[in-house]
Design a protein around this ligand. Structure first.
Ligand SMILES: NC(=O)c1ccc[n+]([C@@H]2O[C@H](COP(=O)([O-])OP(=O)(O)OC[C@H]3O[C@@H](n4cnc5c(N)ncnc54)[C@H](OP(=O)(O)O)[C@@H]3O)[C@@H](O)[C@H]2O)c1
Length: 244
């Protein structure tokens, strides 16, 4: 049984493109495209679109148990899960410009989606990774770099991506013991033309607004270069190091 690939959050701008390019690059592997939404995009035959609650631990556990049942190990898992604006659990959220904009409900939602959900996947995948070189990628953001924070603002998004980075860095220590062949990568894609960045694209130079196609091909070119004994990484779309 060949090892499988999982895309967590497959319906988004970057997620759909990931499924598309992964299915072409790895025609012999099954690609599980997991989304909370029913997916209408048509993909190659090796793609299994699954409509599951990727943000619910019970559903995560059930999915992972189904891998055990079919004796499947994971060679690559990519979480695109993230929220910047829009409705989350009945609350409309938007990045905070000043301290007065902070609210308990909004901060909790940022942390739940951007930090807790990927962390739960790290928890459930640790014993399911392949013994061959394998990777887990979490889409993070440069604004989650504590050392790079000069502009301020966007409290919840920044802090929840910084928390994601810390969770990933902490998990890497344990993965180093329990899943030695697995590399963890926190990835900054730059500004990508998707629904997530759409309201904030006005001040972005056209040459700095990337297509999902470009960003995904940059990521897939990077993966073979990663080494488990260097894990974890925090890298950007140019394959440059981002400081934590
Ligand atoms: N676009 C950019 O400029 C940019 C820049 C820096 C970092 N990023 C990061 O890149 C990642 C992908 O972003 P994108 O541009 O593709 O945005 P997007 O089109 O809005 O997609 C966001 C993804 O997050 C998942 N998601 C949203 N809310 C969720 C929730 N409550 N529970 C579980 N999953 C949820 C969705 O999965 P479903 O399939 O289940 O709906 C969706 O696939 C995000 O983590 C984002 O923070 C993006």
């Amino acid at each position: 049984m060949s090892d499988v690939i999982i895309v967590i959050g497959a319906s988004g701008g970057i997620g759909q493109e990931l499924v598309h390019q992964l299915s072409e690059r790895y025609p012999d592997n099954i690609i599980y495209a997991l989304s909370r939404k029913s997916q209408t995009a048509s993909f190659s035959d090796n793609v299994r679109c699954m409509n599951i609650r990727t943000d619910d631990e019970k559903a995560i556990h059930e999915f992972c148990k189904s891998l055990d049942a079919s004796d499947q190990k994971v060679r690559l898992a990519i979480s695109t899960v993230g929220i910047l604006h829009g409705e989350v659990d009945g609350l409309q959220i938007a990045p905070e410009k000043r301290l007065e904009d902070l609210s308990n409900g909004q901060l909790l939602r940022y942390f739940h989606v951007n930090s807790v959900v990927p962390a739960l996947w790290l928890k459930h995948l640790v014993d399911r990774m392949s013994d061959q070189p394998s990777q887990i990628v979490c889409f993070s953001a440069r604004v989650g770099s504590i050392s790079d924070n000069r502009l301020g603002g966007w409290y919840g998004y920044r802090a929840s991506k910084a928390a994601l980075n810390m969770l990933l860095k902490t998990a890497a220590v344990e993965y180093g013991r329990r899943a030695k062949s697995t590399t963890l990568l926190s990835y900054h894609p730059g500004t990508v033309d998707t629904g997530l960045s759409e309201p904030f694209q006005r001040n972005v130079k056209p040459e700095k607004l990337f297509t999902p196609e470009f960003i995904v091909s940059q990521l897939l070119a990077l993966l073979p270069e990663l080494r488990a004994d260097q894990s974890p990484y925090f890298l950007d779309w140019e394959h440059e190091v981002v400081t934590w």
